[in-house]
Write a protein that binds this ligand. Structure first.
Ligand code: HEC
Length: 693
């Protein structure tokens, strides 16, 4: 308990940044006021720490005791002097890292502070690092593929790249499951930080006898998966409650093997952090077939509601909604209505007849896409194509079920709010959310009929390149001829994009390298390889459903030939909510698209970012965007008070802390996306710290 008070004490003082998102409550808030409205325009670069490679990082640094922990140098964990950026030590987690928690880390210390650890996951194993020595904790090694009541060999993906949450002597972890049929279940697990021993496990796909079991077919728990927490979680440390937002059940776009509402997919779960027992839950999407994962940390916030002070929790989602509950009872602050939604025409599929709609606050994203919403910046050819696409598609608004004809989805499955996308001022009842308006066009095809019909021109170009360069060896169905010729049909779930880029650029073993392909062509190839419509569907043998027709769809992001979205700007926005009243205070486009801005077309919002804002008690919201700009905005109006360009594009959120009486704001500028939409770059990234002179 003493340790807890200590940690809370440290957080309250706001000197440190001891956990992902700033603290266990994931507020993305700093109570520091040294940098404020009156002086923010004077901010200067205090130091720069190059990542030392051209890997993609969107890492939220931690700061404890004057040391900043970042990820750099080939996925190493690096300790820096938080005031100067000088390197203290670097720890390499191994040379063959396929997947690592690269959005952040978890820090734990014992009550007497004699033991201090950083906890991370790499290659589906949970590991620990001794902070005092910078060395691995010997023997601390948990295989995360085990203990899920599935054959670990059938699980290609289980580890998320988002860190978990430390509570007392526990590390609570979510997971990333495969996207396809037969994915692993999304159990939430708590491990002892000293021993790695499993302490509790919550089945997000309930087992016989557990609450919610009857929302699935009888034996579905043995074969279906997902309902996982790949995004962020938050903790009410004082009450010992964990808030965990879950993703959709898998497969994402067709649910004939999972008739029912599918608890606890797409739910906000309030669990006892010590035992994993459910306290309350709310499901935002019943029987999800739209990939509407909840991924943003639930935001703990205190509001004045109808004359009462209420400790609330607010969840922002991909559909563009914001849901606000009393965080102890789970009661919504404003009525939520179950409204009828369109029915599916797919064989064996049963859409849920209604979906929940919050009556307040208003949504932060556009929820329809018609020909009237087409962007004025489309070329005439693109305009004609998208017009035809929209007019011929099924398009009945939010929750239009995907079918074998084109189906418009708005917000698309990569729109709305996403990880790191919201910050709160916990005491003022204010919430700030970054969202993107990106439509998708879904289209289900029977699995195995691999044919064209991509609804995404990038994937289509990728397929053509594949046919020219790769098909001879890896085969038309992408299944290769194992073991000598690896299949690439499941590459999306077993190989991060940087590794694929390396394989293509440099070659592997007998495979030649393709150094002459353009960056855009490599991107197109990967878009094609990552399309789950071409991915292997793995329904375990013996499943009663294994013989039924299975359908697959691509994610279908709608992208014009210049890489931009076909919908009218803004493509990304920052919306400020007053959750005392349930109203929008202000809303602005966030960022620009450089090549449009150069022509005088500004305020379009940056295209395709995953931006994490952080607010301070100095009245400032800090955010960096993919146009390589970091900004300080006035929290009361959204007005830009200061902005400057950094070395590379940004994703994720900054860390804000104070050392020796000086406040710093550190951004990770290493997102490796180009200024032109749809492009990747290979430029060294950097951590960039700002402070007052
Ligand atoms: C001449 C045959 C050949 C061609 C052409 C070829 N590959 Fe390969 N590829 C291989 C072989 C063989 C391996 C396995 C190498 C090893 O592990 O030693 C491989 C491995 C890979 C891997 C790593 C897979 C894994 O499981 O480790 C990727 C990704 C890949 N290839 C992508 C491509 C792409 C994309 C193209 C086209 C641009 C392509 N390959 C063209 C033969 C080929």
């Amino acid at each position: 308990m003493r340790f807890l008070l200590l940690l809370v004490g440290v957080c309250a003082a706001g000197q440190s940044w001891p956990d992902y998102g700033g603290g266990p409550d994931a507020a993305q808030y700093s109570p520091l006021t040294q940098i404020n409205r009156s002086n923010v325009a004077k901010l200067q670069r205090a130091w720069t720490y190059p990542t030392g490679d051209s890997n993609k990082y969107f890492f939220n640094p931690l700061m404890v005791d004057g040391t900043l922990y970042v990820m750099a140098k080939g996925n190493s964990i690096v300790a820096l002097d938080a005031a100067t950026g000088k390197e203290k030590w670097a720890f390499s987690p191994g040379s063959d890292i396929k997947v690592i928690t690269n959005r952040g880390l978890n820090y734990w210390e014992s009550k007497d502070r004699k033991e201090r650890r950083l906890l991370y996951c790499a290659n589906h194993r949970l590991r620990a690092l001794d902070v005092l020595t910078g060395k691995a904790v010997p023997g601390f090694d948990v295989n995360l593929k085990e203990g899920l009541d599935r054959d670990p060999a059938t699980i290609s993906l289980v580890q998320s790249t988002t860190p978990g949450r430390v509570f007392e002597d526990l590390l609570i972890l979510g997971s990333a499951t495969n996207q396809g049929y037969g994915s692993a279940p999304g159990d939430i697990r708590a491990f002892d930080v000293r021993t790695g021993k499993l302490v509790w496990q919550f089945h997000t796909v309930p087992r016989p006898g557990e609450f919610g079991y009857d929302t699935w077919p009888k034996d579905a728990w043995k074969t279906v998966g997902g309902a996982n927490v790949w995004g962020e979680m938050s903790l009410d440390v004082k009450r010992g409650i964990l808030y965990a937002p879950t993703a959709s059940a898998k497969y994402n776009f067709y649910g004939a093997d999972r008739a029912g509402s599918n608890l606890f997919s797409d739910s906000l779960l309030a669990l006892d952090a010590r035992t994993g027992k459910r306290i309350w839950h709310f499901q935002m999407v019943h029987h999800d077939i739209w990939d509407y994962d909840d991924a943003t940390a639930p935001k703990l916030i205190t509001v004045q509601h109808e004359g009462k002070t209420i400790d609330a929790v607010a969840q922002v989602t991909k559909q563009g909604f914001i849901w606000v509950f009393n965080r102890v009872t789970g009661e919504p602050l404003w009525p939520i209505e179950e409204r009828p939604v369109p029915k599916t025409d797919m064989p064996n599929e049963k859409t849920w007849p209604t979906q929940p709609f919050p009556t307040k606050p208003p949504p932060f994203a556009r929820q329809k896409f018609t020909v009237d919403d087409l962007s004025p910046y489309l070329s005439p050819e693109d305009r004609a194509k998208f017009r035809d696409d929209i007019l011929s598609a099924r398009n009945e608004g939010l929750f239009t079920p995907p079918g074998t004809r084109n189906t418009i989805q708005m917000p698309g499955n990569n729109g709305g709010a996403n990880w790191s996308g919201a910050a709160v001022e916990p005491g003022r009842g204010m919430l700030y959310v970054v969202s993107k308006d990106l439509p998708a066009m879904l289209k289900l095809e029977p699995e195995g009929t691999a044919k064209s019909g991509f609804n995404d021109s990038v994937e289509q170009r990728g397929q053509s390149l594949y046919q020219v360069h790769c098909l001879n060896c890896h085969k038309a169905d992408r299944r290769g001829a194992p073991p000598a010729m690896p299949g690439l049909d499941d590459i999306a779930v077993r190989m991060p994009r940087e590794k694929i880029v390396n394989a293509i650029r440099q070659g592997v073993g007998p495979m030649p390298g393709y150094p002459k392909l353009k960056d855009t062509e490599v991107d197109e190839l990967i878009a094609y390889l990552y399309n789950p419509a071409r991915a292997r569907a793995t329904v375990p043998a013996g499943s009663s459903w294994a013989d039924a027709e299975k359908y697959l769809s691509g994610f279908g992001f709608m992208i014009a030939s210049d890489g931009l979205s076909p919908i009218k700007p803004p493509w990304s926005s920052l919306t400020a909510y007053d959750l005392n009243e349930g109203t929008i205070r202000w809303k602005i486009p966030l960022g620009d698209v450089p090549h449009l801005a150069a022509k005088g077309i500004k305020n379009t919002g940056s295209h395709y970012p995953k931006v994490g804002p952080v607010v301070t008690a100095g009245g400032i919201l800090f955010a960096g965007t993919r146009d390589r700009v970091v900004r300080a905005l006035d929290v009361d109006s959204g007005a830009t008070l200061w902005e400057t360009e950094v070395d590379a594009a940004l994703e994720g959120m900054p860390a804000i802390y104070s050392v020796n009486g000086k406040q710093y704001v550190v951004f990770c500028a290493a997102a490796q996306v180009g200024l032109t939409p749809g492009t990747q770059v290979k430029i060294p990234g950097a951590y960039v710290a700002f402070a007052l002179p």
